[in-house]
Design a protein around this ligand. Structure first.
Ligand code: AKB
Length: 315
């Protein structure tokens, strides 16, 4: 039986992925950890406070709970990382090395670590960005993800650590809010549409970015982790894609259900980050190697989020 530890479990992805893992592996077999206390359904299972930079505590918890797998989600995202680049580098890199060492020393079954479309940069081909291509990230977050991919491959090659990874696009869900990302507007827009009827977007109207509904991201993560070891051909990180849209396109989709909704644009420093990232991603390797397939397009996602968020907000 697998015993799983999730770092960053209170975050946007962590809070939903932890619940999905508990449903799959049993409540008591999935230890959620974070620097803040859990709330809601997340609080119904095992939890420990963990700062991922605290190597000793990570090892101590892994031994105490006899952990066999780690999902290392804690990280500082692209926009927030720019306010303190050295700290973002330190947290993102040191914590990954701790988890890789834990996997090596304790001979864990496997570990999961998310990379991001932020590994790409201004010289990367923007449309249908290939799996293997020019990578010149210009945010500290992107640099840390690219370096992290190299470390993952290194630990796999040198020590046989079964580490698996996906380059997530912007993740969109409504149950937990993201923090500090460049794609966060695509979550905020739903809250503002329902609560205020209008939204000021920090990206310009025609900025296309790769995005994915959170349910698809959870499915991709679990599918990758359950795939037979022989099918995993990429040990840096897999491109995965679902949808790509601009702020104007998502606003038009919302207007189909809330006709009075209004969007305005006031690009800030995050525009430059978005401009350095791809418009769309070629993920045929993930589709071929372990059968990745997305379920949600823009309209299915918009309908589901507005319906769920209305209930959540009691509207
Ligand atoms: C961010 O915007 O920083 C993240 C990402 C694309 O990795 N959502």
């Amino acid at each position: 039986m697998s015993k799983i530890l999730v770092t960053g479990a209170c975050g946007q992805l962590g809070s939903e992925l932890t619940i999905a893992l508990r449903t799959k592996h049993g409540n008591d077999n999935v230890l959620a950890t974070d620097v803040r206390n859990p709330s809601g359904q997340l609080a119904e299972g095992p939890f420990e406070i963990l700062n991922v930079m605290d190597r000793d505590k990570l090892f101590e918890l892994a031994n105490k709970y006899q952990i066999t797998q780690v999902y290392h989600l804690a990280a500082i995202l692209s926009a927030k990382g720019e306010s303190d680049p050295k700290f973002a580098w330190q947290l993102n890199m040191e914590s990954l090395i701790h988890v890789l060492d834990l996997a090596k020393d304790n001979k864990l079954e496997k570990i999961y670590w998310p990379s991001s479309i932020a590994v790409f940069g201004p010289s990367t081909p923007r449309i249908n960005t290939p799996q293997d291509t020019v990578m010149d990230p210009n945010t500290v977050y992107g640099i840390s993800k690219l370096a992290g991919e190299r470390w993952c491959e290194y630990y796999f090659q040198k020590y046989g650590v079964d580490v698996r990874s996906l380059r997530y696009p912007g993740l969109i869900g409504y149950k937990a809010k993201p923090g500090g990302g460049t794609t966060d507007y695509a979550v905020d827009i739903f809250y503002k549409a329902l609560e205020e009827g209008s939204f000021e977007c920090f990206l310009s109207e025609n900025t296309a970015l790769p995005m994915m509904y959170i349910d698809d991201a959870i499915k991709a993560t679990i599918d990758l982790m359950e795939a037979d070891i022989e099918t995993i051909k990429v040990r840096s990180s897999y491109n995965i894609a679902a949808i790509s849209f601009t702020p104007k396109e998502i606003a038009n989709e919302i207007k189909k259900l809330i006709p009075e909704f209004n969007i305005s644009y006031k690009p800030d420093f995050r525009q430059q980050i978005a401009d350095s990232w791809p418009d769309s991603i070629d993920d045929k390797k993930a589709r071929h190697d372990w059968g990745w397939n997305h379920d949600f397009d823009l309209s299915k996602m918009t309908n589901e989020i507005l319906e769920g968020l209305r209930k959540q907000l009691g509207l």
